[in-house]
Write a protein that binds this ligand. Structure first.
Ligand SMILES: O=C(O)CCC(=O)C(=O)O
Length: 258
C-alpha cells in the first residue's frame, strides 16, 4: 500500500500531542542510514567531532573507548552535515507528513540522532521541547524516526497525552538535563501516560509542548532514533542573538521570520 498520512492522523497530532507514522521508511532505507551512522561513529566518514556526544558516565570515564556504538549518546546536525541524512529531508513521506501537520511553508530547526547504547544508554527525563528554543509560536513538530525497533526495554518514547495543552511549563537544568522540576506531576486534568513502542522505519511526530521522556536502555539491543525538528516558516526568532540561517524544507520563506 502506498504511504498516506491521513487527516485523522493530523487530528490526533493536534488533539493528543503526538501521532505514530507507520512505515515512513523502508527496511533498506533504514539499513542505509544505520550503516552510515556506524561509518560516522567509526570515523570512516568525515564528521565534525564536536557534534558527537558521549553518554554522561562515559564523559567522566578515563577508560579508552573501544567501540563508539557502545558509548555515544547523540550525534547532532546530521541532516545538514551529511548527504545521506540530508536526502532524508527530501523524502516524499517525510514531506507529506510534515506539511500535512504544519502547512506548506516549513523550515528545519535542528536534528539529532539519539543513540541509547545497549545496557548503557541513559534516561531522558520528562520535558517539553519548546522551552529549549527561542521560537514562537511554540507549535513545532519533532519527527522521531526509529532506526532500530524502539521497545519498552530499550527506551521507546513515553508521552503524557494532551499535555501540550498545558502550555509552556517551568523546567530545571539539573544534572545536565533540561527536565521538569520536583513535584511537577500534579498537572490539571491528570493526563494519561502512554508508552509508544514502534518498529524500525516507523516514526512518531510530537508537538513541541507535549511532555515526553525515555527510560534507560536495559536491553542488549541499541536503540537509535533520529529526532528532526521542523517549524513553520512564519515562526519568529525571539532571542537577542542574530537569527541563524534555517534550511527551507518546503514552500516559501518570509521576511522577518525564521
Ligand atoms: O530519544 C530519546 O531518548 C529522547 C527523545 C526526545 O526527547 C526528543 O526527540 O524530543
Amino acid at each position: 500500500m502506498p504511504f498516506e498520512f491521513t487527516a485523522h492522523q493530523v487530528e490526533r497530532f493536534w488533539e493528543d500531542g503526538f501521532v505514530t507514522v507507520p512505515e515512513l521508511l523502508t527496511a533498506s532505507e533504514v539499513e542505509a542510514l544505520n550503516q552510515r551512522t556506524d561509518e560516522i561513529l567509526a570515523g570512516k566518514v568525515a564528521f565534525p567531532k564536536q557534534f558527537i556526544h558521549l553518554e554522561p558516565e562515559q564523559s567522566k570515564s578515563a577508560v579508552a573507548v573501544i567501540d563508539p556504538a557502545l558509548v555515544v549518546r547523540k550525534i547532532s546536525n546530521l541532516s545538514t552535515r551529511d548527504s545521506a541524512f540530508g536526502q532524508l529531508l527530501k523524502h516524499p513521506n517525510v514531506l507529506q507528513t510534515v506539511t500535512a501537520i504544519l502547512g506548506p511553508d516549513v523550515k528545519l530547526l535542528n536534528d539529532q540522532m539519539l543513540c541509547k547504547p545497549a545496557r548503557y544508554g541513559s534516561a531522558k527525563p520528562y520535558h517539553q521541547d519548546s522551552p529549549y528554543w527561542p521560537i514562537q509560536p511554540m507549535e513545532l513538530l519533532t519527527m522521531w524516526i526509529a532506526l532500530d525497533d524502539a521497545t519498552p526495554e530499550n527506551g521507546c518514547l513515553r508521552y503524557l497525552k494532551g499535555s501540550h495543552k498545558q502550555g509552556p511549563l517551568a523546567h530545571d537544568e539539573k544534572l545536565g538535563h533540561h527536565r521538569m522540576p520536583e513535584g511537577w506531576r500534579d498537572l490539571p486534568g491528570s493526563p494519561e501516560e502512554v508508552l509508544i513502542p514502534i518498529p524500525a522505519g516507523s516514526a512518531i511526530c510530537h508537538h513541541s509542548l507535549v511532555l515526553h521522556e525515555t527510560a534507560p536502555n536495559t536491553s542488549w539491543n541499541r536503540r537509535r532514533g533520529l529526532s528532526v525538528v521542523f517549524m513553520r516558516a512564519t515562526s519568529r526568532w525571539t532571542a537577542d542573538s542574530p537569527l541563524p540561517q534555517f534550511l527551507s524544507i518546503a514552500g516559501t520563506t518570509f521576511e522577518g521570520c525564521v
